[in-house]
Design a protein around this ligand. Sequence first.
Ligand code: NCD
Length: 303
Amino acid sequence: MKDLVSIKDINREQIELILSTAASFKVVLQRDIKKVPALRGKTVVNLFFEPSTRTKTSFELAEKRLSTDVLNFSVPTSSVVKGETLLDTVRTIESYGVDYIVIRHSSSGVPHFISKNTHASVVNAGDGTNEHPTQALLDAFSILDKKETLEGLKIAIVGDVCHSRVAKSNIYLFSNFASEVRLVGPPTLVPEFKGYNVQYFNKIEDGIQGADVVMMLRIQSERMTKGFFPSTLEYASLWGLNSARLKLAKKDAIVMHPGPMNRGVEITSEVADSDQSIILEQVTNGLAVRMAVIYLLGRDNEQ
Ligand code: NCD
């Protein structure tokens, strides 16, 4: 494969290859010297058109751990603000002979468009409300770190599913494993996923009952053009995950969140900082998973 634009483009076998490769990189990351020469001489450009803390630092560190040369493209200080088109920006950067373009953009479909217009490998780091494939892969990796299999696992995805690219990539990924996916939230924020075996819940108590995994999502206010719920306070009281509600899930249930969290809205601090929370482990695992993705795309391009 040249690119990783959508989870829909990869099958179960490829997902498992990425996850097992990530497991090997996780071992490397626990060593004293955390760097491998695998991609020495390769160049990566990180094109982030949207704010990011975790994903940007994670990709950058993953690229450095693989010994690539990293270019960080900062949109606010680039010619994009002078009116340059996306394609001209990409072609300019491509002229340096870059091997990978990691891109985040507020418009859905941009990574796909770029992948059709460049020889470089394109990795989608989040496009609008569409997909965030490496987040879904690191989520699967993090679940498998705690649970034996994804098969038959009861996974509740709670909150603003509608605007969440993380939720979508996860739904597509879990569909390869016959996990029991439950989408939980107010009807205005939970769209229908035709062709996917998911269950819908409007009450958080029902949705997380007996769940193995509770994945919380942030309200993506920046992507909302109208009122999807009356108020943040009401959202927190009806849909927020607190300790009392978490007790409805399995005793050994894990709590996940892709970040950034809005503490006191979708999740209480008590839950976010509890022993059941694996939120920071997700960040740690993201590094190994992104190393695996870049490494494997590079290897495929060589063949
Ligand atoms: C998410 C994103 O940007 O899609 N965060 C992330 O990449 N870890 C989720 C969010 O912004 O709420």
